[in-house]
Design a protein around this ligand. Structure first.
Ligand SMILES: [Zn+2]
Length: 137
């Protein structure tokens, strides 16, 4: 990944983060802090941690996304961004552009989704235990 591509993805993450914070009703002061260049600085700030913690209890889906977005931004600072958690390969720029907070490459994501679908199907309505029918016979 080129530096320019990384900068593009960082911008996408920062924008997404601001959008989420806005949905949580963060003040413009808080959002202003997040526009600072050095992300690592404010990630470590206790005040921001507190803010994130209080947001966590509000809406878990959004809070989860915010957490992942912050993690991605901090991994950019550490130079670990864009590496698949499963297979340690570089995630393609195209995928990251579509999903900047992606932690899995497309192969590993598809594999995981197939596994999850299997679990869902297994527990679905079609998987009623056979003994429920054998009772009446
Ligand atoms: Zn992978």
């Amino acid at each position: 990944m080129t530096k320019k591509q990384l900068a593009t993805l960082k911008k996408l993450l920062l924008e997404r983060q601001q959008e989420i914070l806005r949905q949580f009703g963060a003040s413009s002061d808080d959002i202003g802090k997040l526009q600072e260049e050095n992300v690592a600085d404010w990630v470590d700030r206790v005040t921001l941690d507190d803010a994130v913690n209080s947001l966590m209890s509000k809406e878990s889906d959004l809070a989860k996304e915010l957490e992942i977005t912050i993690e991605s931004l901090s991994s950019i600072e550490k130079g670990e961004y864009g590496i698949c958690e499963e297979c340690d390969k570089q995630i393609s720029f195209e995928r990251l552009e579509a999903v900047p907070a992606a932690k899995l490459c497309i192969d590993c994501k598809n594999k995981l989704e197939r596994q999850q679908n299997r679990v869902i199907n297994h527990r679905g309505p079609s998987a009623i235990p056979s003994e429920m029918f054998e009772f009446d016979e």
